[in-house]
Design a protein around this ligand. Structure first.
Ligand code: AGP
Length: 587
């Protein structure tokens, strides 16, 4: 949610920043800008639209220190004026986060100042200009002390050949190069640019020059933050011959399952320890991560017979949850930076729960607060819509549930073993196009299933609406007759997921109810009788027979492809859906 990057060294800063911004574009893509320091003067260019709108200006932006930003609007519409960087006097800043008390700060400290934007962020640079006393870290610390909300800030000053950085709540990473240093919101921005990184703590202030990095805590005492290898590789950012990251990442589902399964062996004992004596489990997350929790609830209750709930993180954190020292909270997040999920995890910890993080991001905020981290080894996921990370989450959550039930990681891995191959075959399916065409023409598409198939239905619905903008809902199949049936007519498509033989008959009744109302129906199934029954009356996609608990790995991949293909038919950009950003670090 907004990407920031900064460079200071001996090379042309604008080009490096531009490249980094393109890599960070999944964090926001409504406008972008760059400031560089050239002969003690700051030059800024910022434009509405994608990062590429800046490409034509790079030749004129000389200087080897600079900052850049790609925006996901919170305060103020997308426009040239509201794009970052924001400047005042000899300062230019980029900001990721939300300053909640910006109006109060304006009236308290900045009366009479004229503002060029409607953003909360411009207040920060005005305050810095007002309170600057010749010492950048202490002036920045003073300003940060006034801010309420979240921020990752990178600042350049006409009097200093370097970058000042401050952080609270929003992610920021320092990259260490040779005679050059970097700051960025996220690791992929620095892939191939530097081998080592450090993650700042909340309250930290850093000063970067070409020669080094100094880090201070909120009391301005010098501190050392661990230097870690940068796991992001340039190859992670390549499209590998695919037209979109979404397709590339769907094709990487098999590797995500395999690697997540292998990595679990290393944390099995820690998970066992964390779950010892637990009498209740809450799985929390947002969006896709929450949807994987819906499947996990079923795994935990069915395998371990321990009560489990899936809770949307933004609800959990505000509902005064019932949590005891015998509760385990599993916080699921691809990015590990989603504000609601991290806050939910921190709340659970403060209430005495054991917190297990399931995340694809090794140095994220979530990993730093959890008792145990179960890695999702999906690799960099660039497309805003989660695909391979969902499959990795399902794999990890299945293994955690089986650990809770007393099974070994090896026995779980044996069950998962056939799935990378099944998912590789699924990625190549060509029989989804007809259904995509039906969805693209539909007035609304509904996804229905029971039990784990219901969990997949929710995810299929989210994926479709997110990338194609076709109105869509997911329902438990049994709920159809309690209201949703009123929506069904010839313009709607109902997609049923039926992989549980014991529930097939009941779900088939729901398909009949849709067909009787002239609704169009599709059935994704590995139950032969169901496929036979509907082959002439519905769009049937048969998936291979497989372990019923793990069938979500295959059926969800079919729905990911369905969403992708529908988006293309409607001429949407599946990698960058309108209004969205990949990592939601604000509330
Ligand atoms: C998924 O396709 C979405 N982009 C979104 O729902 C996402 O899953 C959600 O914002 C949570 O993100 P996280 O996994 O990084 O916490």
């Amino acid at each position: 949610m907004c990407g920031i990057i900064g460079y200071t060294g001996g090379k042309a800063a604008a080009k490096i920043i531009y490249e980094g911004l393109k890599r960070l574009e999944y964090r926001g893509y409504d406008s972008a800008g760059i400031s560089v320091l050239c002969d003690s003067e700051i030059r800024t260019v910022k434009r509405l639209g994608r990062v590429s709108a800046l490409g034509g200006f790079l030749g004129k932006m000389h200087g080897s220190t600079g900052i850049g930003h790609t925006r996901w609007a919170t305060h103020g519409k997308p426009s040239d004026e509201n794009a970052h960087p924001h400047n005042s006097g000899m300062f230019s800043i980029v900001h990721n986060g939300i300053i909640e008390n910006y109006s109060q700060l304006k009236s308290e400290y900045l009366l009479g100042e004229s503002f060029l934007s409607d953003t909360d962020s411009e207040v920060i640079v005005k305050l810095l200009n007002k309170f600057y006393d010749g010492d950048l870290p202490s002036s920045l610390a003073r300003v940060c002390g006034l801010l309420r909300g979240s921020y990752a800030l990178a600042v350049i000053c006409a009097q200093f050949d370097g970058i000042a950085v401050a952080k609270r709540g929003s992610p920021v990473i320092i990259g260490y190069g040779e005679n050059e240093n970097f700051v960025a919101s996220d690791l992929p921005a620095l892939a191939g640019m530097c081998k080592n990184v450090a993650v700042l703590n909340d309250g930290d202030i850093a000063l970067l020059t070409a020669d080094g990095v100094a880090i201070f805590d909120e009391n301005l005492q010098g501190v050392i933050r661990e230097i870690l290898p940068n796991p992001a590789k340039p190859a992670d950012l390549e499209l590998s011959g695919c037209p979109h990251y979404m397709l590339k990442e769907i094709r990487e589902v098999p590797a995500a399952i395999e690697r997540t399964c292998q990595a679990y062996a290393y944390v099995e004992n820690s998970v066992k320890k964390a779950l010892a004596g637990v009498d209740r489990v809450i799985i929390t997350g947002c969006g896709t991560a929450y949807n994987s929790g819906l499947a996990a609830k079923r795994y935990i209750e069915s395998f371990a017979r321990i009560p489990a709930e899936a809770e949307i993180a933004g609800e959990f954190r505000y509902k005064n949850p019932v949590v005891t020292s015998r509760t385990a909270v599993i916080a699921v997040s691809q990015s590990g930076e989603t504000a609601d999920t991290v806050e939910a995890a921190e709340l659970a910890l403060s209430l005495g729960a054991k917190v297990i993080a399931v995340t694809n991001s090794p140095y994220s905020r979530l990993t730093r607060c959890a008792d145990v981290v179960v890695p999702v080894e999906a690799g960099c996921e660039i497309c805003v819509a989660a695909t391979k990370s969902y499959s990795g989450q399902i794999t990890a959550l299945y293994m955690i549930a089986r650990t809770l039930a007393g099974f070994s990681a090896q026995s779980s891995a044996d069950r998962i073993a056939p799935f990378p191959a099944l998912c590789a075959q699924t990625a190549e399916r060509e029989d989804i196009d007809g259904l995509a065409d039906m969805c693209a023409r539909s007035y609304g598409t509904y996804f229905l299933g029971r039990d784990t198939d219901y969990a997949v239905a929710q995810e299929g619905s989210l994926k479709l609406k997110e990338v194609s903008y076709v109105p869509s809902e997911g329902y438990p199949a049994g709920e159809l007759k309690h209201g949703t049936l009123a929506l069904i007519d010839i313009r709607t498509v109902s997609v049923f997921i039926i992989t549980r033989p014991d529930l097939a008959e009941k779900c088939s009744n729901a398909v009949e109810q849709v067909l009787s109302r002239k609704g169009k129906a599709a059935v994704i199934t590995n139950v032969t009788e169901v496929a036979e029954r509907f082959k002439d009356r519905a769009y049937v996609i048969e998936i291979p027979p497989c372990d019923e608990w793990l069938s979500p790995l295959v059926s969800s991949e079919v729905l990911q492809l369905l969403a992708y293909k529908t988006a293309l038919l409607l001429d949407r950009d599946p990698d960058k859906p309108r209004n969205l950003a990949k990592s939601v670090t604000v509330e």
